[in-house]
Write a protein that binds this ligand. Structure first.
Ligand code: BES
Ligand code: MN
Ligand code: ZN
Length: 485
């Protein structure tokens, strides 16, 4: 899909022109211009309440008599002068849903006057362009009647090319994450993720290193290896390095949990809804998506993306409850529950990452059901051992409208991980399940500023609209952009 900017609707030609209609405020300039060109049709529709401009309400006006477009799509923006992130997102989703159902090839979105509370005009352009593109995401390749989108180009009202680029690249990254997440477990295996990393390397000229099982064994990553032992699929540690910053500058590192399917292992999960455990690699997917966005935007920063990929299955070689394994750090772990496998792959990856002497490490993981209970699908849980990193992530979260909420890492929780037989147990009991999972990881992250994002509630939606969300690609991309010099 091509994108470009325009500064006045009168100078544009597109199949479909989209304009904003507030319920009470004066019509935005572009809407006024269409109104004048249609003998006051929009004003009439609004006065008669046929189309009153309620939030995310849409109305398609065929205007084939005009030469600038085939049709005008009115979209309501409600009564408030500035929209919340959530309301603006609804508006863009409504526009995308409508545009997707039409046969048009080009769209001009006259949204310069869409003000989003707490965001500059440039940021609003990034967000609206990101959200419109995200609305066009389709999961294809598995239904016989798949239909390609007809949309070829989108024009945005505005002047800041950089802001548009950020929105478009973020949406492209989010699409990568969603597709990897939505792919079934029989396609998206650890080897598949490894091959996708190699493709990204070829496409953008970034360095890709695959650490295979024999190399992991040499490195002493027996805890990571223990997770994939019950599967016929080999595990991989995948390392992708984007070098946009100064040579020799330490990288920002992001690590994704890449359990391509989580059956629970011998501590088998219940059957209903188990299909959703194909999404247990969404942390990895978000790190891939962030790498895609960064490769598109080319900021001056060094960024290393690491993925710990394995399949958690219960065959005869699988770990059993009570098994003790040694981590790369030397600490031993008593695996009391083989379903708490995410922390087992992440801990060795976190130790491996020490070799990069990273500026910061952010791990991203669909780690605990307890996190879904605590925060639902609104906020990702954020844990960190570093105040500056906390502030940076909160800032990036605000700018990207990709929400995170700070969670505690008090020492008092650590004792829940005591084991009679090893240095640490892999589960901490019923209470504070998301916190004790983070506490487990904290034992392996003492040598660098570290944050952990538990995205179990935010990475995908279940139910009738089941699908990956692409979160937190927007947050992670914004974090890296804020670090570019
Ligand atoms: N991948 C799951 C966490 C999960 C569950 C994410 C449901 C999203 C929805 C993780 O590997 C897991 O199974 N965690 C266990 C930990 C428990 C055994 C301590 C959980 O949350 O039940
Ligand atoms: Mn599990
Ligand atoms: Zn899992």
């Amino acid at each position: 899909m091509n994108t470009a900017l325009f500064d006045r609707l009168s100078a544009v030609q597109a199949d479909l022109v989209v304009t904003l209609v507030p319920t009470e405020a004066a019509l935005p300039q572009s809407t006024s211009w269409v109104d004048e060109n249609t003998a006051g049709l929009i004003s009439q529709l609004r006065e008669s309440k046929v189309f009153s401009g309620k939030l995310a309400e849409t109305l398609l006006l065929p205007v084939a008599s005009q030469d600038y477009a085939q049709a005008v799509l009115l979209v309501g923006i409600g009564k408030d002068e500035t929209l919340s992130d959530a309301s603006a997102r609804k508006v863009m989703a409504a526009v995308a849903a409508k545009a997707k159902s039409l046969p048009y090839a080009s769209i001009a979105f006259a949204g310069a006057e869409l003000a989003i509370a707490g965001h500059s005009q440039a940021q609003a352009l990034s967000l609206t362009s990101q959200w419109l593109h995200e609305g066009f995401y389709q999961f294809t390749g598995f239904k016989q009647d798949d239909q390609a989108l007809t949309i070829e180009s989108i024009l945005f009202e505005g002047t800041d090319q950089g802001a548009l680029d950020v929105g478009v690249a973020t949406a492209a990254g989010s699409a990568v994450a969603r597709r990897l997440g939505d792919l079934p477990g029989n396609v998206c295996t650890p080897s598949y993720l490894a091959s996708k990393a190699q493709t990204l390397g070829e496409d953008y000229g970034i360095d890709v290193e695959l650490v295979d099982e024999s190399r992991m064994s040499e490195l002493g990553m027996d805890c990571l290896l223990s997770v994939g032992r019950g599967s016929d699929q080999p595990s991989y540690l995948i390392v992708m390095s984007y070098k946009g910053g100064d040579e020799g500058d330490a990288p920002y590192v992001m690590l994704g949990k890449g359990i391509t399917f989580d059956t629970g292992g011998i501590s088998l999960k219940p059957g209903p809804g188990m299909d959703e455990m194909k999404y247990d690699m969404c942390g990895a997917a978000s790190v891939f998506g962030t790498m895609k966005a960064i490769c598109e935007l080319k900021p001056k920063v060094n960024f290393t993306a690491v993925v710990a990929a394995a399949e958690n299955m219960p065959n005869g070689n699988a770990s059993k409850p009570g098994d003790i394994v040694k981590t790369m750090s030397g600490q031993t772990v008593e695996i009391l529950n083989t379903d708490a496998e995410g922390r087992l792959v992440l801990c060795d990856a976190l130790t491996y990452i020490e070799r990069f002497e990273p500026k910061s490490v952010i791990d991203v993981a669909t780690l605990t059901g307890a996190c879904v209970v605590a925060l639902g699908g609104v906020n990702s849980a954020m844990y960190t051992n570093n105040e500056a990193l906390h502030d940076d992530l909160r800032g990036a979260s605000k700018v990207s409208a990709d929400k995170v909420w700070p969670m505690p890492l008090d020492d008092e929780y650590q004792q829940q991980l005591d084991s009679n037989f090893a240095d640490i147990a892999n589960i901490g009991g019923k209470e504070a399940g998301s916190v004790t999972a983070a506490c487990f990881l904290s034992r392996f992250t003492k040598s660098y500023p570290w944050a952990h994002l538990d995205i179990a509630g935010t990475a995908w939606t279940g139910g009738a609209k089941k699908g990956a969300s692409g979160r937190p690609v927007a947050l992670l991309t914004q974090y890296l952009l804020s670090k570019a010099n």
